[in-house]
Design a protein around this ligand. Sequence first.
Ligand code: ZN
Length: 349
Amino acid sequence: MLREILTEREIRALPKVEFHRHLDGSVRFDTILDIAKSHNIDLGSRDPAELKRKTRITTPMKDLDTVLKTFWTTQKVLASYESIRRITFENVEDGYYDGVVLLELRFAPVFIAHNKDVGYDEILEGVIDGVSLGMERYPLQVGIILIVPRAFDPGLSRDALDTALKYKNSIHRNGDRLCGFDLADAEERTDPAAFTGLVEHARKHGLGITVHTGENTSADHVRRALSAYKPDRIGHGIRIRDDDDLVRTVIEEKIHLEISPYSNYLTRSVPSLEEHPLPYLYRKGVPVSINSDDPCLMDIDLVHEYQICQQVFNLRREDFLRINRDSVSFSFLPEDIQDYIMKHHFSRG
Ligand SMILES: [Zn+2]
C-alpha cells in the first residue's frame, strides 16, 4: 500500500492528543506587547524587533539552561488574573487550530509569581477560568498540570500545590480540570529526594504524575526519576535510547513519553533531528505522544512537529492515528472524558 504524504492542511485536520505544552512558553508575541502596554510592564526594550529576539528562539542554543533564561521576559506579562486568563484562553485556541482534541496545559505558579505582585489564587483562577473560556468557545477537552520547578524552594511549591488542590476540590467551575503534577528544570543540580514528599502528596490527592527527565540528562537520571517518583508519564525521556534495559522497562511498565522533537533540537538535547530517537522508540513499542513544548517561544506550532515526524522520521497517517489513539488512555483527565474523546475522534466505525 502506498504510504501517502499528508499536506499541511491534512496534518492540521488530524485529531491530536497533546500532553506537553507550557503556558509560559506559549504566549503570542502580539499578546506580550499588548499586556506590557496595558499593565505598564518594562520588558527591557520598546523595540519590537529586539523584543522578538529576546522572546523567541529560532536556532539551536548553547544548552537547555540558556533556553530556560528566555522564559523570563515572557514571565513578566503573566502579571494579573486578567492577563493569565487571556494567555490561557489563547493557548486553548491555538491548540484547537493545531487540531488538538485533548490538551493538557502546564504551568508553574511559583515561577509565575516570582518577583511579582500576583498570588497563587489569582494565578490558579486565571488558568482555570481561561480553560473554561476556551472550552466554551472550542470543542476540545482540556486538563491542567501543575509544575514544580526544581530550581525553586520546594516549600514554596508545597503552598502552590495546596492552593491548586483547594481549587480541584472546590465548586469553582472546572477546578477539577486540575489533573496532573510535573517536576521541571534543574534535574542535574537537585537531589530527587527533595521532591518525593510533594510527588506523593500530589498522587494521594488524585493527580497524575509526570516528570521532566532524560531531556538533556542521561538514562541514569531517568532511572533515578523512575525509582524516586514512579511517574505515569515522562517529559522527554529521550535519553533512554542509550539503555536497552531501560527501554524494556518503560515498555513493560507502560510509561508514556511526551516527546517534542524540535524543542530537543533547539536545546541541543539531540545533535540533529535526523538523530532524534523518537522513531526508534516508537517502533520499539514505547508509548509516545508528539508535543510542541513551548510553541510560541520556539516560533512553531504542533503541526510543525508532525511535519518533522513525517519528513524526517517517515511517520505517516496510520502512525499518527495510532500514536494519538494510544495516547488517550495516558491522559490525566478522568475516564469518562477519555471515553468521550475515543468515541468522537478515534472510533474505527
Ligand atoms: Zn517541558
